[in-house]
Design a protein around this ligand. Structure first.
Ligand SMILES: [Zn+2]
Length: 370
């Protein structure tokens, strides 16, 4: 993908269909903001994932080529030192063009919209996703609508508007999803973040963009896979995209296990036997990117299929951890610093053994919210 505004967008020649991550049923390549239609009817919503003719070559396949690019990806892998015997590295996604991993998603979500002939994209966002999507829509000459909550920082809303997006604000997070549901079936507006409740997650085409992160992690470590990749999560788009990427590039290598980081028990509750469609009480004031009281199947599957785990990190520990990182020259937003705090907790709990090679995904720059 060149650093362009997007010319002729072409689907990958191996892209055949979309496959439900729960029931395995295939759908034609298309847009299904409610996820798998039959699982939605059964009250067990699940996301779809791109299916390709197998086997592929080395490296990851992306569903579209020729979409807009701002030079996303290729982010630095920073050595964070040895912590209690754990060899910790930070994949610095704040170095992406709009300061977060979401740029990998936006490039593919916008490519899909261009190919399918939409005029406008819509998303619910607490910040990073909205700023990113606004930039990529502007680059591609498409309209953009971002649904935020009334407590979204003014600076972030201003960024979205300066990038040409229309911003609509709601008192509660769930109202954003109902608003997006109003676009389902539109021929002109494509919602690319989660729509249904219980949630399924975001556009499967956008999620494919995260597979490049898995490939980079392997290359950055000298063609090795780490023992653990630690990922901040809400509905688990990034964790699921990493799972898809590692599945595609693993070859004869083993791992990595995925550790999802959350501000209160959601995925960890489901792994412990809770009903995945339950409402999970809890709140965070410092990690808005990781908020939400529901669980998407893709987040749980990313953990289960990698024999991973979920780690709950508290607001006060994350505030202290963020301060330590900034003092060491790493301006991570708290939702990203949460990954490093989770490594310390997991190590102290004996879940990450001495000698383990661990990559924490530092998802976003901390300057945006200032
Ligand atoms: Zn299904």
């Amino acid at each position: 993908m060149g650093a362009s505004g997007g010319g002729a967008v072409t689907p990958h020649p191996d892209l055949t269909s979309l496959r439900c991550i729960r029931c395995g049923a295939h759908q034609p390549v298309g847009d299904h903001p409610q996820g798998c239609p039959s699982c939605a009817r059964n009250g067990t919503p699940a996301n779809l994932a791109c299916a390709y003719r197998s086997p592929g070559g080395p490296g990851v396949r992306l569903p579209y080529e020729g979409g807009p690019s701002l030079g996303e990806g290729g982010t630095p892998m920073l050595r964070a030192g040895t912590r209690g015997g754990v060899d910790l590295w930070l994949k610095w996604e704040g170095a992406n063009p709009t300061g977060s991993h979401k740029d990998r998603f936006s490039a593919l979500a916008v490519a899909r919209a261009l190919h399918a002939g939409y005029e406008r994209l819509a998303a619910a966002s607490s910040g990073n996703a909205g700023v990113s999507l606004a930039a990529y829509c502007a680059r591609a000459g498409l309209g953009c609508e971002i649904a935020v909550t009334d407590d979204t920082p003014g600076r972030v809303v201003d960024l979205m508007r300066e990038l040409g997006a229309d911003v609509v604000s709601f008192p509660e997070a769930g109202q954003r999803w109902r608003h997006l549901a109003g676009h389902v079936g539109s021929r002109t507006v494509l919602p690319v973040t989660n729509v249904p409740v219980p949630p399924v997650g975001s556009s499967p085409f956008g999620i494919e963009g995260y597979k490049t992160l898995a490939a980079e992690i392997r290359a950055d470590l000298g063609d090795r896979l780490p023992d653990w990749v630690v990922v901040p999560a809400s509905r688990g788009d990034l964790a699921w995209g990493l799972h898809l990427g590692f599945h595609e590039i693993r070859g004869s290598l083993r791992g990595p296990r995925l550790c999802l980081v959350e501000p209160f028990p959601r995925v960890s509750a489901v792994l412990g036997g809770a009903d995945p469609h339950a409402h999970f009480p809890g709140a965070t004031t410092v990690m808005p990117s990781l908020a939400g009281n529901t669980v998407a199947l893709q987040a749980v599957e990313a953990v289960r299929r990698s024999a991973g785990r979920a780690e709950v990190v508290a607001d006060d520990a994350v505030t202290a951890g963020t301060r330590r990182l900034w003092r060491s020259g790493l301006p991570l937003e708290p939702s990203s610093a949460a990954a490093v705090v989770a490594v310390d907790q997991a190590r102290q709990a004996g879940a990450m053994a001495p000698g383990a090679l661990v990559v924490a995904v530092a998802t976003a720059h901390g300057l945006k919210g200032m």
